[in-house]
Design a protein around this ligand. Sequence first.
Ligand SMILES: [Zn+2]
Length: 432
Amino acid sequence: MRTQKTICYKIKDPTKRKTRLLRSTAEACRSAGNYTLQICKETRSVNHNILHKKTYTFMRNNLHLPAQLAQSARNKAIESYQSYRALKATNNGVKHLFPHFDGNPWIRYDKNSMSVKWAGHIPWVSLLTLKGRVHLRLSGNKYMLQALRKRPLKFAEVIFKDGDIYLHVTFVEEAKKPRSAKCKTVIGVDIGINNLLVAQARTLSGKVLGTIFFNGGRAGAKRKFFASLRRSLGRQKLLRKIKQTKKRESNYMKYLNHQISRKLIEFANRFENPCIAMEDLKDIRSKAKYTRRQNKRIHNWNFRQLQDFVKYKALGEHLPVRTLSAAFSSLYCSRCSWRGLQVRVVRNRHTIHCKSCGYRLNADLNGAGNMTYRAARYILATGGRAGDKTAERKSGPELRHDRNSSPAKRASTDLSYTLYHMTSKASSVRVG
Ligand SMILES: [Zn+2]
């Protein structure tokens, strides 16, 4: 199986001349795309040869597009027409509009019309325009640059957005070999506000292999800062500035969610045949029965984005992800399964204290532990297959596979606890 991945690089400091050239080329490509769509509509054809004969002269003589760009603009238009036809064929009662390229202009490049050269660690891309090639510098973090250096690219698109120019590069790669279907380790994930994400790895019999924490303190402080900034901007009626802070905040959230999800996948990959168990997001709001202020905080964090990032990153690594109901997972003791826990704030930490067995533990870690048990129960019931089903809505009494291997006991005797450090300044990782 092959997978596709698109990475957006910003074009760094283009000169006025290069910007002008790219823009005029993009306008021409957009017109070429719209012209092709019209021909598709008239001929009702997606045949490349027919469309080539009908559009090529117009693109070359009237729009002055280079041959390669004319071809790729036509391909893009055909793709868009095909997806329109496919949508129309589903006949789901929704009226689908005939595609038309308006809004931001674009240029599509393929292997022949663009090339990447490296000046040390800096990538320079050479792009074909109406008047020859232009050379532009790309910027990106080290992962993005690594991808550009190593992966075979399929095509790329120049996009104009908010006054900046971006290059969206699409890579293809062979998906990693599928792992054995039998799951041996469960990574239980708890998402929350005090800790944005807590994950615990356990074997199916309940032995703890490692724990990872992503503290939400810094993120919370950042959100508070943005909220107070917006309040003061609102008093001054600077609405455009408010919009900008919202964008900055969502960018920060996205950055953090990317980091957390990547670290989680790296963590999961350390274990044998892992399966990630995440909670069904339906439960997250009902779970957050804290104060009004805390509720506001939880309703603002983009948990769905975090989950989506984990899911797509897991897909690339062939890691199964299972979503489970997390209802009441914070009410059970992860050691003795006694129900009726209450979260207490002790020295700024949210902890649980089990009245049945006297166990004290971080509340989020307790939730993650319960998730591993739940997932393990389903996995064992299906004979080791992790499956990819969504939310099982059963809750019922928690099941323990091995009462003697409680996290507390393991913590004192087992040295397999994984030490994990997050390099990000934005969040911290504790080991527990
Ligand atoms: Zn207990």
